[in-house]
Design a protein around this ligand. Structure first.
Ligand SMILES: [Zn+2]
Ligand SMILES: [Zn+2]
Length: 607
């Protein structure tokens, strides 16, 4: 009986309690609905990641803004920014309006980044009116896809590089194309505001077309013996026909192109520039050096005409890689000028010097100065902090750009018999050295019982690997894809400044790890002992061929064969016959020769 009363009593208590709670929940729900702007925006239409990023903005406490606050309108996408927004460039060339008007017209407020997932300003502002959506009368670009379908983009979308053959048309017109669809990133980012300058696009230098010689059948190259001269010429022509690696679309309003430049990541151009670079080192053909100069001239012009934008882009190692082809082409030119003065003209030297001067000016704020040095690294604090946080694969090619620039500046000093750039060179060298030191500290260099050393590391410097009692580290070894991107940068540092952290010994440790991972189940790149404890770390291997690793054949014999072991004989033959595989195999021959003679500029010198 007593227990029954107790039971009823507690039931009342629970109901009472729930009642209050439900009310609180309802209140909370209402307020969060208000926070979303009275349910004005349905974020779920922006996909999982897009919705997640936007919902996170609601965590900024609501802040009242004067409706008459002045906003600056982007030229590329319908976005507006606050006066003091860190992402705002070329302020004096932008249209302005009031916050109220921008909201009414549906402009995205305080959004930045490739898909608009970044919140740069107006944090805590809650929209009053809906965002403007893409409509059928809007003009965009159609990308023909490999599967035969057509994808419509807002001009300036980061998901594709616009070429003269791409058609400009309205969304309504595009709907009539077979298999038509809209790019989901464009839906998320919203309408554009820029007009493509088709004329300027057509005027851009275009790579020569490659026509395979009649009856030619590509065959694999050997990692030890030179292919016939005829085959090398074909390889050069194939390489020249790829693309120059210029990312931005020309728009009628140049501010729009600059905004696109600020937003884009340079992964694709860097891969393309590496292709030219490796082909040059493997052959010594000056047409390849000239191909590198096409993008170098483009980005040099940008640095000179818009120094503020260039400096903002170059504020971290990932962004500064846009100057990669400037550094690399200057380095090759000046190396040639010192070793073979009659092979290089005065104009070529002057151009290389102008590229380097632009790099020095652009990197001044990022790398130089003594006002705010990191006590541990002895380089500017923001850069040191970046070294401690940015994923290694994202930083590696920028570090390579700094290393290349420092070596090229040293060449320039010797040519001109001055010490004008010494302080800059010293600081660049310090930056490269500190990045490598940190990479090795977070990662692991472990020598196994057989005397071979292996190098591996986690994706991000923020990850902490566990140290075993044997002394090797486990957990979080990087996956094949990201490891290979990080290693693209390493060969440039090995060429330019091996003494700063990428010497033969270190590259041998990389080659050992790469060789071993080729045969493991998941392909996590680490030492054999770590693989026995934790074979799968980040992403498991996929079926894509890994030609990026072939160059390490120069440091560990059998790397190429090892990365073909999962293919049949026919598949292997086909794979090794591809343009990339032939190129990377020949480049491995250059690296082998470079190990014997550090003064070697290209493999052609040995023929
Ligand atoms: Zn902003
Ligand atoms: Zn798109």
């Amino acid at each position: 009986m007593k227990s029954k009363v107790k039971c009823i009593l507690s039931l009342f208590l629970v109901i009472g309690f729930l009642g209050i709670n439900l009310e609180a929940v309802a209140k909370k729900h209402k307020s969060s609905k208000n926070a979303k702007g009275n349910g004005i925006i349905d974020y779920s239409k922006y996909g999982r990641k897009g919705a997640k990023a936007r919902k996170a903005w609601l965590k900024y406490p609501e802040k009242k803004y004067d409706p008459n606050t002045k906003v600056y309108c982007d030229a590329l996408f319908m976005r507006v920014h606050e006066e003091n927004c860190p992402m705002l460039i070329l302020k004096d060339r932008k249209k302005t309006m009031t916050l109220e008007q921008a909201d009414k017209e549906g402009w995205r407020i305080g959004e930045s980044g490739q898909s608009g997932r970044g919140r740069c300003c107006f944090k805590g502002y809650r929209r009053k009116y809906p965002e403007k959506e893409i409509t059928d009368d809007m003009v965009g670009v159609v990308q023909p896809m490999k599967n035969g379908r057509y994808k419509w983009h807002v001009p300036g979308c980061h998901r594709f590089v616009m070429k003269p053959e791409h058609k400009v048309m309205t969304l309504g017109e595009a709907r009539k194309l077979p298999g038509f669809y809209i790019c989901p990133h464009c839906v998320e980012r919203g309408p554009g505001a820029a007009i493509v300058d088709v004329e300027a696009l057509r005027k851009r230098p275009t790579p020569p077309k490659f026509t395979p010689p009649a009856g030619w059948v590509p065959k694999p190259f050997s990692p030890d013996q030179l292919p016939p001269k005829k085959e090398i010429e074909i390889l050069i022509q194939e390489t020249l026909s790829t693309n120059y690696g210029i990312l931005e679309t020309p728009f009628k309003n140049p501010v729009a192109s600059l905004e696109q430049f600020m937003m884009m990541r340079f992964f694709f151009p860097v891969g393309q520039w590496l292709t030219y670079y490796q082909a040059y080192r493997a052959t010594g053909d000056k047409r390849l050096l000239e191909a590198l100069r096409v993008s170098a001239r483009h980005y040099h012009k940008l640095c000179v005409e818009y120094p503020d934008a260039a400096q903002l882009k170059a504020r971290d190692p990932e962004g500064l890689a846009f100057m990669y082809s400037m550094a690399v082409s200057a380095r090759i030119t000046l190396q040639l000028a010192r070793k073979y003065p009659d092979q290089v003209s005065k104009e070529e030297v002057a151009e290389a010097e102008s590229f380097l001067k632009a790099i020095v000016a652009t990197l001044k704020r990022t790398c130089e100065g003594n006002d705010n040095l990191d006590p541990e690294m002895g380089i500017p604090k923001p850069l040191a902090d970046d070294f401690r946080t940015r994923a290694f694969n994202r930083a590696s090619n920028g570090i390579a750009t700094i290393a290349m620039a420092s070596a090229a500046l040293a060449d320039l000093q010797k040519l001109k018999n001055t010490t004008e750039y010494q302080a800059t060179i010293d600081r660049y060298r310090k930056c490269v050295q500190e990045w490598y030191k940190n990479w090795k500290k977070i990662g692991c260099l472990y020598t196994e019982a057989d005397g071979k050393t292996y190098f591996y590391y986690p994706y991000s410097p923020r990850e902490k690997l566990k140290v075993t009692k044997e002394g090797f580290k486990i957990g979080g070894a990087d996956d094949i894809g990201h490891y290979s991107i990080a290693m693209q940068g390493i060969v440039l540092v090995h060429d330019a400044t091996p003494e700063l952290g990428a010497d033969d010994k270190f590259l041998t440790a990389v080659a050992n790890a790469v060789y071993y991972a080729a045969g493991t189940k998941y392909g996590s790149i680490q030492c054999p002992s770590a693989d026995r404890v934790k074979p799968l770390n980040r992403h498991p291997r996929n079926s894509k061929p890994k030609t990026q690793f072939y160059m390490f054949e120069a440091f560990r014999e059998g790397v190429i064969d090892a990365w073909c072991q999962k293919y049949s004989k026919t598949q292997k033959n086909e794979l090794l016959s591809s343009h990339t595989a032939r190129l990377k195999t020949l480049y491995a021959q250059y690296l082998k020769a470079l190990r014997k003679d550090r003064s070697l500029i290209h493999l052609g010198e040995t023929w």
